[in-house]
Design a protein around this ligand. Structure first.
Ligand code: 13P
Length: 267
């Protein structure tokens, strides 16, 4: 079984330095005396607050970024490099989040460049993929997601591929309170596994964690994480409440180790 992950994507929050302090201090208080076992918990704040998070994040919570640029250095106004993230002890970065694809017009090709740049700096990409509601209505969700996965892993070696986490985030489930059924999530997990197995073979594909994201709440974990046998969750709005993020991380970490996960595994 793969390690489990809970990623808290704070998006464009907190709104100020003082709110950031407040968030970090609440997170520390909420964690006091608690253990989060069996799961890697990562928080991805906006880049302007990365340094503060890097200094003040409680032990056992890891730091991630929300995006990164593919070029190493140079005249790229507004961009953040992989070396900058590394310097701040960012071990992870989201790449290809649907809000970046929508508002930043990020293409699959750029997503692939970012994935390779992050890996090169030993930062683990959390690759976000997912279909639009129109694609799902047309029955094209599997094709759309397979294509996003295949293009993002382009030219990534098998060894490096194992460092990537894939987050399946159907676009219509983000920020909406609409959540897919467990069977639909499991189906897409299988689609992602198949795309990876075609690139690397099943043994490598088995090792690449697949998370679910989109309106995740503690009360929905059975449906969006445990029943579809996901390796964790990517949490948006609920991660703005430290106690909820910790509750989700504790539940995901505590969930029993299962023998069968509905996917054909190979050693
Ligand atoms: P919500 O949990 O707010 O729907 O956001 C999901 C998301 O985009 C996480 O990256």
């Amino acid at each position: 079984m793969n390690k489990r992950y809970v990623i808290g994507n704070l998006k464009m929050n907190p709104n100020s330095v003082s709110e950031t302090e407040q968030y970090l201090s609440t997170l520390r208080k909420e964690l006091f005396g608690k253990r989060i076992d069996g799961v890697e918990t990562v928080v991805t704040p906006p880049s302007v607050y990365l340094e503060r998070f890097s200094r003040e994040l409680p032990e056992h919570i890891l730091l991630g970024a929300q995006d990164v640029f593919w070029e190493k250095e140079g005249s790229f106004t507004g961009q953040v490099s992989t070396a900058m993230l590394r310097d701040l002890h960012c071990g992870f970065t989201l790449i290809g989040h649907s809000e970046r694809r929508t508002y930043g017009h990020e293409t699959d090709m750029e997503v692939g460049w970012k994935v390779r740049a992050a890996l090169h700096e030993n930062i683990r990409p959390i690759l976000c993929v997912g279909e639009t509601s129109e694609e799902r209505d047309r029955g094209e969700e599997a094709d759309s997601v397979s294509k996003q996965v295949t293009l993002a892993f382009h030219e990534v070696s098998p060894l490096m591929a194992e460092r990537i986490l894939v987050a399946y985030e159907p676009r219509w489930a983000i920020g909406t309170d609409a959540t897919p059924e467990s069977e639909d999530i499991l189906e897409m997990r299988i689609v992602i596994h198949r795309a990876l197995a075609e690139l690397y073979g099943p043994a490598v594909a088995d090792k690449i964690p697949v998370l679910y994201g989109g309106s995740v709440k503690a009360a929905l974990l059975d449906r969006v994480c445990f029943e579809p046998r996901m390796d964790g969750v990517l949490v948006g709005r609920e991660s703005l409440y430290p106690h909820e993020l910790i509750r989700i991380a504790q539940s995901v970490g505590a969930y029993g180790v299962s023998e069968s996960d509905g996917i054909e595994h190979h050693s």
